[in-house]
Ligand binder design. Structure first.
Ligand code: ZN
Length: 241
């Protein structure tokens, strides 16, 4: 079994379609770790694509913000503006579907969660080595996949010690070790690489690969500006930060 694991699409349809095309011949099923909406100009198309294609969809903080489950004062100004704009474009079916996504999911020997397996509704960011090591007790599976920081990376723990690879691109899942893996962001990468990111998990081959995919960034930017969303949300796509 091979899974494509997508997170933080953020209404960027051009990035989502490029990733789905890249994954088509490489993955048997698609899993989504949330933040389908927010920031980008195509929330409806992104929701409909993911709802149709993904086997399991976990809720992110942007789903909760748009659906009214998380107060918008939790967000910074750009995110709040985007959440309000997004809410105005969704109908009740979209909103109730977003609100109905679970906070945590499981498949094979993995836990799937948007931000952190430890108190997932607190939406904490796992960035440093210690951030990651601190949450291993909060999941019981061999692997936990997260998104939220928009930066791919991997932490692992085992009898031979700890390892933190902030820029991991290929992770071999060794026996006797457990892993926390951030799959990066499809629609708004923040690791200074503007290409869309997602993870391919080859369950039998015991390997996770972070793939980077170029997409039609100019169109995604143009749509954000035409929608009247904050200019910064278009500009940051170009620098990947
Ligand atoms: Zn996000």
């Amino acid at each position: 079994m091979r899974y494509a694991i997508l997170s933080d699409i953020h209404g960027n349809l051009e990035a989502l379609d490029a990733v789905l095309a890249d994954a088509a011949s490489r993955a048997d099923a698609i899993l989504c770790l949330g933040d389908i909406v927010g920031y980008g100009a195509d929330p409806v198309a992104c929701i409909e694509r993911v709802a149709e294609r993904a086997e399991l969809v976990i809720a992110g903080n942007h789903e909760h913000g748009v659906a009214g489950l998380l107060a918008l004062d939790w967000f910074n100004d750009w995110a709040r503006a985007a959440a309000e704009w997004t809410r105005g474009r969704l109908d009740l079916d979209h909103l109730s579907w977003l609100a109905g996504r679970p906070l945590v999911g499981h498949t094979d020997d993995a836990t799937l969660v948007h931000a952190s397996p430890d108190r997932p509704a607190e939406w904490e960011y796992l960035v440093s080595a210690d951030d990651g090591y601190g949450v291993f007790a909060a999941f019981a599976t061999r692997v936990c996949f997260v998104g939220h920081s928009h930066r791919p990376g991997a932490w692992s723990l085992g009898s031979s010690g700890r390892a933190h690879e902030p820029d991991a691109t290929a992770i071999e899942l060794e026996r006797g070790r457990r892993y926390l893996i951030n799959v990066g962001s499809v629609g708004q990468p923040r690791d200074r690489d503007p290409r869309a990111a997602y993870a391919l998990w080859d369950v039998d081959g015991r390997r996770v690969t972070i793939r980077r995919v170029t997409y039609d960034l100019a169109t995604a930017r143009r749509k954000i500006l035409a929608a009247g969303l904050p200019r910064f949300l278009a500009e940051r796509l170009t620098i990947g930060a």
